[in-house]
Design a binder for this molecule. Structure first.
Ligand SMILES: [Fe+2]
Length: 352
């Protein structure tokens, strides 16, 4: 007798608890049957959807809360839920597109649970309007994109500064950057690494700013002394870029882009794996671009001769895979003059 009274009391209390929880919840709560018919909604759901409960009770969730274009997706989701008796969907939040009374759509988070899958066909859907979070996320992405775009534009400006002092190599860094990024892409490097190689290549000769302009603009062969001056540009480039906290090894690319696998390069005479892969890629792109371009003291070399030159120096000066990838790129029809800044998808997103 005592036990019956206790369990009735407990049932009454839990029913009151349930009611209080539903009424005061900040999340929208929609109670529905196994056909998706709305049995009740709490005040938060009324506010989210812009209805009063009398407007929606007896209608289906899709009729009132789901845009027509999403009915199929919603129906499939509900069927999946009902066939698994909700067990697999417990604690599973999904993002949906919901619809308000005024037909406006908004992103929402939805979680459906079954009160008692064995005995009852009543389901509770928790709905949260996440428009503000989505907007904030969008704003953050846009902000990051703008910063990245500004960074690219700044690097391009710096790149031009070097080329103004070195008129014979105008556009050299841009063409090297494009070729190096294409090689990196064909080597299946990550998007982030390709970005670093592109940006590093774009300013790999920045140290030339420390080379007297009469040496840079002097037509004819350079004297050994001039070449000595010119060689300091790798080290100077490193010194200029090293204090900048780039997320890529931009300073190292400038420092190492004249190193060779056999240690015959400069300024450090690094060998093999001591040279960063990123710098090795820029090094191959650099030599190919330089030799195929016209200089006041020599004509441009034909592309096939330049490719033969890098092939001949595989394993001695240049990495085998990089050279192979570079040669294949040209065989596929790549043109070194064809600077299409939108070609790489990541760059296209920067240029939006
Ligand atoms: Fe250089």
């Amino acid at each position: 007798m005592k036990q019956t009274r206790q369990s009735r009391l407990k049932r009454d209390i839990s029913s009151e608890w349930f009611h209080a929880l539903v009424e005061s919840a900040l999340d929208g709560i929609v109670i529905m049957d196994d056909k998706g018919r709305i049995l009740d909604v709490n005040p938060a759901a009324e506010k989210i959807f812009g209805y009063i409960s009398e407007d929606v009770i007896g209608y289906t969730v899709s009729e009132k809360f789901i845009p027509l274009s999403k009915h199929r997706t919603y129906k499939d989701g509900l069927t999946a839920f009902l066939t698994t008796e909700g067990k697999k969907n417990i604690d599973c939040r999904v993002e949906i597109t919901a619809m308000r009374a005024d037909q406006s759509e908004f992103p929402a988070e939805l979680e459906v649970i079954s009160i008692s899958p064995e005995t009852s066909k009543i389901f509770i859907a928790y709905i949260r309007d996440i428009s503000k979070q989505k907007q904030a996320e969008q704003d953050r992405l846009q902000y990051a994109m703008n910063i990245k775009k500004t960074l690219l534009q700044t690097i391009l400006a710096v790149s031009r500064t070097v080329e103004i002092r070195d008129p014979y190599t105008a556009g050299h860094q841009r063409r090297v950057a494009h070729l190096a990024a294409n090689i990196a892409r064909d080597l299946d490097l990550s998007e982030e690494r390709i970005e670093g190689i592109f940006l590093g290549a774009l300013i790999h000769d920045i140290g030339k700013i420390a080379v007297p302009s009469e040496i840079l603009s002097r037509p004819g062969e350079l004297s050994p002394e001039d070449i000595g001056y010119l060689k300091v540009h790798s080290q100077k480039g490193y010194e200029i870029l090293e204090p900048v906290n780039f997320p890529w090894p931009v300073a190292e690319i400038a420092l190492q882009h004249h190193e060779h696998l056999d240690g015959s390069g400069y300024p450090q005479g690094l060998r093999g794996d001591e040279i960063l892969l990123d710098a090795q890629i820029v090094s191959v792109a650099d030599i190919v671009e330089s030799l195929t371009a016209h200089r006041p003291y020599r004509p441009a070399y034909p592309l096939n001769e330049v490719l033969a030159f890098i092939n001949k120096n595989v394993d001695r000066l240049y990495d085998r895979d990089i050279v192979k990838t570079c040669v294949q790129l040209f065989k596929k029809g790549y043109h070194i003059d064809a600077i299409d800044m939108d070609e790489l998808s990541w760059l296209a997103s920067l240029m939006e």
